[in-house]
Design a protein around this ligand. Structure first.
Ligand code: ZN
Length: 432
């Protein structure tokens, strides 16, 4: 059992409350059933904390009751895919052998009414190598789904631009689905800290190497992280609110970049082998895969058709990206691969002169020099990491990854500080 529900360890936390409203279309009985599954999941999660005589009996009885509740809940829904996904979800508690197939089938659903996941899940790499019981409910966010779809529709043009500007060998592997939702209820491990806002399914529920996969993104949680935490550092860059996209538009920028990041994971050359790189330096490989995804994701968003269709301002996109880079980095460069990736990017931008970090932790950003530096970083990363040359990849890892660059990283972190901000969900449905 862990000594605290928070992670990484800190002596204090600043907790920001995100209110989660449930959909008004849910009947009283549906709300009661959802509540019951949330409580049962908390019981299952608590039951994982210590070994005792009745542990497996409690798990067996509780999951049977969960199964019945999901089956009942499905009868309260109207949308075909939402109902079917819940029926399959119920069956995942019966038999571990059929769970893999069922989870893959659920990953292919296009729920229009309710997205529900429940079962043993992992949340953060490094924090939960084990799977812990979690349940979450969300509603599809159609507007932001359209933003993500626009990025997908122009991926061929984006890859062509990357081939012309970065490396002619680049190509895009088949990519996973992306489901943009707003979270409205969460329990078990998923409701601990820090809150996890993107799940790779079915991988995060234990289904490795699945044929059908999709990423579930909680758009409202992601926006709350940006609003509450990233924007705290506006003054560090010397910017003001009006330098950013308007409040109504900020999610478009975040989701476009985040979808770009997801697609960025699929951009490789014919010689790329992350498996070989992971054997040499697993953490370094994970960090650089995240850095590649961040940089390709940003460049994908700057593709002409995507910029035009989503009406993105490239300078504002650069500021959103730089604020997010700082938020990721300040979560702890040794604790999360994506925070390590933020360090790689910051270090490169400082070296290339487009960012200057002074002793007070203030950053001067030369936005005119920013995108040329991004292209240079994309070039270095693809040359050293994606061409299958392990020696040059190891050299790059040793120069840029925080776990090999501890002294410089410690100096930078002393200037910019670690984040102890975290989100708490106020779940209205649990009041019923
Ligand atoms: Zn990633």
């Amino acid at each position: 059992m862990s000594a605290t529900n928070f992670w990484p360890r800190a002596t204090k936390y600043d907790v920001h409350v995100l209110q989660l409203e449930y959909p008004g279309t849910l009947s009283d009985s549906a709300r009661a059933l959802i509540n019951e599954t949330l409580v049962l999941t908390d019981v299952l999660r608590a039951n994982q904390n210590t070994e005792h005589r009745w542990q497996s009996q409690i798990t067996a009885l509780t999951t049977q009751r969960l199964k019945t509740a999901f089956l009942s809940l499905s009868t309260h829904l109207n949308d075909k895919d939402s109902k079917l996904a819940l029926e399959w979800r119920a069956q995942t508690f019966d038999d571990q052998n059929t769970k893999k197939d069922l989870c893959e089938k659920i990953a292919q659903m296009d729920e229009k009414e309710l997205v529900c996941y429940s079962g043993a899940m992992s949340t953060w790499v490094g924090k939960s190598k084990e799977l812990f019981y979690s349940t979450f409910y969300a509603t599809p966010n159609e507007n932001l789904q359209n933003v993500s779809n626009v990025v997908d529709e122009h991926i061929d043009e984006a890859v062509l631009t990357l081939k012309n500007n970065v490396n002619p060998e680049l190509k895009c592997l088949p990519f996973c689905g992306y489901k943009i939702v707003d979270l409205f209820a969460s329990s078990g491990e998923a409701n601990l800290y820090p809150k996890h806002f993107a799940y790779f399914m079915p991988e995060d529920e234990g289904g490795k190497y699945a044929g059908a996969k999709r990423t579930i993104v909680f758009a409202n949680v992601y926006s709350a992280l940006f609003d509450n935490i990233s924007t705290q550092r506006l003054a560090v860059y010397g910017w003001v609110d009006s330098d950013l996209p308007s409040t109504n538009n900020i999610s478009t920028y975040l989701i476009a970049w985040f979808r770009g990041h997801d697609l960025g994971h699929s951009i490789v050359t014919p010689a790329t082998s992350f498996r070989a790189l992971s054997k040499c330096d697993r953490w370094g490989s994970m960090v650089l895969q995240e850095a590649l995804a961040d940089i390709f994701g940003l460049l994908i968003c700057t593709t002409s058709s995507i910029v035009n269709e989503l009406k993105l301002d490239k300078e504002k996109l650069a500021r959103v990206y730089l604020l997010e880079m700082l938020r990721y980095l300040r979560r702890g460069p040794y604790d999360f691969p994506d925070a390590g990736a933020a360090y790689v990017q910051l270090k490169f931008f400082i070296e290339s002169g487009c960012l200057e970090l002074n002793s007070k932790g203030e950053i001067h950003a030369d936005l005119a020099g920013f995108y040329p530096a991004v292209l240079r970083l994309a070039g270095h990363l693809s040359e050293n990491i994606l061409q299958g040359n392990i020696e040059s990849a190891e050299l790059f890892i040793r120069s840029y990854c925080p776990h090999h660059d501890v002294e410089n990283c410690t100096n930078i972190m002393a200037k910019i500080g670690v984040i102890t901000d975290t989100l708490e969900y106020e779940q209205r449905i649990r009041e019923v």
